[in-house]
Design a protein around this ligand. Structure first.
Ligand SMILES: CC(C)(COP(=O)(O)OP(=O)(O)OC[C@H]1O[C@@H](n2cnc3c(N)ncnc32)[C@H](O)[C@@H]1OP(=O)(O)O)[C@@H](O)C(=O)NCCC(=O)NCCS
Length: 164
């Protein structure tokens, strides 16, 4: 997959690649660090990594010993016969947030959807998720629906789409 550096040139380079089962522990830890509620369970993440109709992308940095450190991830879902892919999750390690990593991962997610023949990417975001909404709107996503009472705590979802 693609490799790119972040805005901060002193930060280690970040590489995007598809997740493997070896990433499972780090993905579960990221889910807990990045989300307060509505977290994906371990078995759901394991299923996503293995599923031919899903892509889990991980953003990693290499340390001096060549070990990957997970700093972000995104999950995409596709359906047979549909050209709409769905971004079901995107998360950045809280210690790395606000550095452009979310944009980098979203680029990779869009590229992956295109590679699989999808023409549109859709997603839902909590109406109170300022960072998520800003990321999507700045990247050309258009809000086309509001879904009341969508999340565990009753918060509504804003549904966005972008033509790829
Ligand atoms: C949403 C998320 C992925 C963004 O990742 P990120 O690496 O911080 O994103 P970026 O650095 O690319 O920033 C995206 C934009 O949001 C802005 N932003 C970052 N944190 C913000 C905050 N707390 N409130 C409002 N805007 C914020 C950034 O300034 C940037 O806007 P800009 O490009 O105009 O400066 C990250 O905050 C995250 O993992 N949140 C928890 C999980 C989540 O909510 N995921 C999305 C819903 S599934």
């Amino acid at each position: 997959m693609s490799a790119a550096s972040q805005k901060d040139e002193t930060a280690p380079a970040v590489t995007l690649r598809p997740a493997t089962p070896a990433d499972l522990d780090a993905l579960v830890a990221l889910e807990h660090a990045a989300f307060v509620g509505d977290r994906a369970e371990r078995r759901a993440i394991r299923h996503a990594i293995r599923s031919p109709s899903m892509t889990v992308l991980v953003a990693v940095t290499d340390d001096a010993a060549g070990r990957d450190t997970l700093v972000g991830a995104a999950t995409l879902e596709r359906r047979r016969g549909s050209r709409n892919a769905r971004l079901s999750s995107i998360a950045v390690s809280p210690v790395r947030s606000g550095l452009g990593l979310g944009s980098l991962i979203l680029d990779g997610a869009e590229a992956d959807a295109r590679t699989h023949g999808c023409t549109h990417l859709r997603l839902e975001v909590r109406a109170d998720n300022g960072a998520g909404i800003r990321l999507y709107e700045r990247r050309g996503y258009n809000r086309f629906a509001v879904i009341p009472d969508y999340y565990e705590d009753g918060m509504e979802a804003w549904r966005y789409a972008k033509a790829l």
